[in-house]
Ligand binder design. Structure first.
Ligand SMILES: Nc1nc2c(ncn2[C@@H]2O[C@H](COP(=O)(O)OP(=O)(O)OP(=O)(O)O)[C@@H](O)[C@H]2O)c(=O)[nH]1
Ligand SMILES: [Mg+2]
Ligand SMILES: [Zn+2]
Length: 377
């Protein structure tokens, strides 16, 4: 499980000798060393995290991997040689990210191969980016990490069935930006945009988000040619497809993969909404293009943003920037202040009313969360 280092000419004699040992002996020794270390220091955690960053993982006897999906209580890690390994996380699993989901799809992990039975994730490495949502049914600020270490959030909506709403798009934009992730928007099911008023709505949203500055694609999973620009855009990235249930995330992923691997579902006849077909996130390699991965996620009914400071929220609505400079009051929240240039720009239509409405909604939610936090302490 521990691949010999191909760059072995850079190793010291001792390390070189280590590599010549049978793999089982190497693992045993590495594990012994680690156990000794562990006992030596109380600052063990910090050191482990620091060391992991220095990527001495293999020399330490740990196998690096990336979590690609879950399977019941287990996680499936893809190892560097491309093979998959069933692993688990436990009380002894260390994580740089506190008060958040311990392990999730996209996480880079170090696996302890010396444990008997299902190997244990020794450590979850620091997440470069993360997509967070507020954990339902919890009042503290615990963050549910939907997916980690992705470059691009592809917000999927459908023009009809279910109908497009900017509220969910803006929530995801905020969550993506907050997590350090780039944004793209996909409007699916354009084959259903037949009536002139639906076509007009499609054009309206395309123009709106293009103007704000996010790449946006109008596609239909029923015609793979409509996906060519998106396909090219995804090359070289690790992206996550997120959105309401039934908008066609899995259908699109299937077309992009050129397979039927991802299960897709029927819409409920009554509501024309998705029936939550995809039940867990899965990271997939996009066929022939190297280093291109996509994570298909289960559809959400609603998306509650994880705690964002009310005073910081305005910076995530990028098109407010040029107007905010002209507000009469410094640190204007653009909610109630007199001579607010953002409100004025919304009135003239320079800022889309939907975007401003999303801002107000999210601002109020942020205030509520801050109040709840104050009351807890
Ligand atoms: N007309 C039309 N139907 C589509 C299109 N894309 C997907 N569908 C249909 O929409 C339904 C839902 O598609 P899924 O791909 O399962 O949707 P999903 O977003 O993965 O849903 P969840 O897994 O529940 O989140 C299926 O019946 C698809 O056949 C499209 O471009 N046009
Ligand atoms: Mg799905
Ligand atoms: Zn203002």
């Amino acid at each position: 499980m521990i691949p010999a280092d191909p760059k072995s000419e850079n190793l010291s004699n001792e390390e070189q000798e280590e590599l010549e040992l049978p793999q089982s002996e190497r693992i045993r020794r590495a594990h012994e060393d680690r156990t000794r270390e562990r006992r030596k220091t109380t600052k063990h955690r910090e050191r482990m995290v620091g060391r992991a960053a220095a990527s001495s993982a293999v020399a330490d006897g740990y196998t690096p991997g990336r979590i690609v999906r879950t399977e019941a209580q287990y996680l499936i890690a893809e190892l560097e040689d491309g093979t998959e390994l069933r692993v688990k996380a436990g009380k002894r699993t260390l994580a740089a990210d506190q008060n958040a989901t311990l392990v999730t799809v996209g996480d880079r992990v170090l696996i302890d191969p010396s444990t008997t039975g299902v190997p244990l994730i020794a450590e979850v490495l620091e997440r470069k980016t993360k997509l967070l949502r507020r954990a339902s049914g919890r009042s503290d600020d615990y963050a549910q990490v939907i997916v980690a270490n992705i470059d691009l959030l592809v917000i999927v909506v459908s023009i009809l069935e279910p109908p497009i709403r900017s509220g969910i798009i803006d929530r995801y934009i905020v969550a993506g930006l907050e997590g350090g992730i780039k944004i793209a928007i996909v409007i699916n099911k354009i084959d259903l945009a037949v009536k002139p008023e639906i076509k007009a709505e499609l054009d309206y949203f395309l123009t709106l988000y293009r103007k704000v500055g996010y790449p946006i694609f109008a596609v239909t999973a029923n015609d793979s040619r409509s996906l060519t620009p998106l396909h090219e855009f995804l090359a070289g990235t690790t992206s996550v497809f997120a959105g309401h249930s039934g908008v066609g995330k899995s259908s699109l992923v299937n077309v992009l993969l050129g397979t039927d691997d991802e299960r897709t579902g029927e819409l409920s006849k009554k509501f024309r909404r998705g029936a939550h077909t995809t039940s867990r996130s899965v990271l997939l390699k996009l066929g022939d293009i190297s280093d291109t991965y996509v994570v298909d996620t289960p559809g959400v009914r609603e998306f509650a943003n994880h705690a964002i400071e009310s005073t910081q929220l305005k910076f995530l609505f990028v098109e407010f920037g040029p107007y905010a400079e002209m507000c009469a009051i410094t640190n204007c929240s653009h909610i109630h202040e007199p001579a607010c240039a953002v409100i004025a720009a919304t009135e003239t239509g320079a800022i889309a009313i939907e975007r401003y409405a999303s801002y107000v909604k999210l601002f109020e939610e942020a205030l509520e969360q801050e109040k709840a936090t104050r009351e807890r302490f």
